[in-house]
Write a protein that binds this ligand. Structure first.
Ligand SMILES: N[C@@H](CCC(=O)N[C@@H](CS)C(=O)NCC(=O)O)C(=O)O
Length: 465
């Protein structure tokens, strides 16, 4: 089992985990996806929204204290559930009893199975008051094949003990579009003035050189702006007159435009599974950071740092090692950009933890390469660097203009430094020993007349000294 969780899906000897990624993959096989990448984005956003609700409700069952559990249940029944279901009901009304695109898609299946589970867990029929949502369920449950499956399936299908232990999350994805910039005439991304959930989308747009308006809502303006968003949250993404929400769904959509998806359905499933797995971890880290009760926070801290984080990072690190330094498919995909952007905050707060996972650090370095400009800007004159001759520089062409291999956070830099210093003639760059290899800092000697040309040469292959 790749990450110690069920369900897993096996096909032709290949195994993958992450329930929503698997559902998306199977939906493609059985023709329940959208007709174009925007419809797929809408389906993904819908599935993620239902899953957001699922995650909120599952808090009731994770709460050990009986009084707090009842309070939470009441809040969810009176606030959270009506908030979501009223909005979903309106959407289903506009879509003639379906959730997306006025036709049956896998989002309707996801809704039906999720609400089955909510009803068992809450002991109440929460859908009864929402006629169009009842239609959504009927449109699924009345399908002859589904009917006969329900009649013949094992009766103990919902085992709440197991459900309480499960932590299934979501994600989405699909095809590939032309990289033509002109296809996107006007893109607006709205979020808070933070990296957060918008940063992977920003990086994907930047990677594809898609121009966009980066709107950042202030804390003061948020209460008013909230009511204009589909589910009271950000980010939202607008393309011409169409609006989308759900950050991971948007990432997958933009990834298709910029060609960072897989080249077949199975490859996309592999990317989705990695993205969902990192979301699982991110969710657990987020739970700890959001906990305001200091006693409960303390209880979460031990298992999070001694078990959960090492469990996930070790496995992801192994995957990157086996994948030519990437998280999937032995090449750059949106899973890497997603991981990089969402782990940035983690890397800032806990630089020491990430240092133990050298392959994950390398992904971060590789990505900066894709997102940065070429350096040095003109070729370096090697004859002026004779003091570097004996050094085992991994990148033998460091003197040629090319993309940089990495940026090291200032707070990490001192930790990486070793004691060695190799200096040349006055003004020549100094080679500084680091845990990776020697790096050069200083003014690069060039044939051109350039007064301030800095070469910071990090090297392609990591050499441990
Ligand atoms: N699953 C959603 C979650 C969105 C979300 O949690 N947004 C937060 C900011 S990170 C938000 O809008 N919070 C403000 C609020 O709920 O009032 C996504 O990935 O887009």
């Amino acid at each position: 089992m790749p990450f110690g969780t069920l369900p897993i899906y096996e096909e032709g000897g290949k195994i993958v985990s992450q329930s929503i990624a698997i559902a998306r993959y199977v939906a493609k096989k059985v023709g329940l996806t959208g007709d174009n990448i925007w419809e797929d984005l809408e389906i993904d956003a819908m599935v993620d929204t239902i899953n957001d609700l699922r995650i909120k409700l599952s808090g009731i069952y994770e709460e050990k204290n009986e009084k707090r559990r009842q309070e939470l249940k009441t809040t969810h029944l009176t606030e959270t559930i009506p908030f979501y279901l009223e909005r979903l009901n309106k959407i289903a009304e506009k879509n003639d009893g379906f959730l997306v695109a006025g036709k049956l898609t896998w989002a309707d299946f996801f809704f039906t199975t999720a609400t089955d589970m909510f009803q068992v867990l809450l002991g109440e029929d929460i859908i009864r008051k929402y006629p169009y949502l009842m239609d959504v369920r009927e449109n699924v449950l009345d399908l002859p094949d589904i009917k006969s499956w329900i009649d013949s399936r094992p009766t103990n299908i919902v085992n709440t003990d197991v459900l309480n232990k499960c932590d299934w999350i979501l994600v989405k994805y699909i095809g590939v579009l032309s990289k033509q910039r002109s296809m996107v005439s006007s893109v607006t991304l709205t979020y808070f003035d933070l990296k957060g959930l918008a940063e992977p989308i920003r990086l994907l747009l930047k990677y594809g050189q898609i121009e966009f308006e980066d709107i950042r809502i202030s804390k003061e303006d948020w209460p008013e702006q909230k009511s204009f968003t589909p589910f009271g949250q950000l980010p939202t993404y607008k393309e011409n007159d169409k609006l989308a929400w759900q950050s991971t769904a948007i990432c997958r959509y933009v990834a298709k435009k910029v060609k960072l998806t897989g080249s077949n359905d199975w490859e996309d499933l592999e990317i989705d599974a990695i993205v969902d797995t990192y979301r699982d971890l991110n969710h657990k880290i987020g739970e700890y950071h959001r906990e305001s009760n200091s006693e409960r926070k303390q209880q979460l801290k031990g298992p999070l740092f001694s078990e959960i984080i090492p469990f996930y990072l070790k496995r992801l690190d192994n995957i990157a090692e086996q994948n030519n330094g990437y998280l999937a498919l032995r090449r750059l995909t949106w899973a890497d950009i997603y991981f990089y952007a969402l782990s940035e905050r983690f890397a800032e707060v806990y630089p020491q933890i990430l240092l133990e996972y050298i392959n994950l650090l390398k992904i971060r370095a590789l990505l900066v390469d894709k997102l940065s400009e070429r350096s040095p800007k003109v070729s370096v004159n090697l004859s002026k660097l004779s003091h570097l001759k004996a050094l085992p520089l991994a990148d033998e062409t460091f003197f040629k203009p090319s993309h940089i291999d990495g940026i090291i956070a200032a707070n990490l830099f001192p930790i990486l430094l070793g004691c060695g210093r190799i200096t040349g003639s006055a003004g020549a760059p100094i080679a500084i020993e680091t845990v990776f290899v020697y790096t050069l800092v200083g003014t690069a000697p060039t044939d051109a007349e350039i007064s301030k040309q800095h070469a910071f040469v990090a090297l392609e292959n990591v050499i441990h000294i």
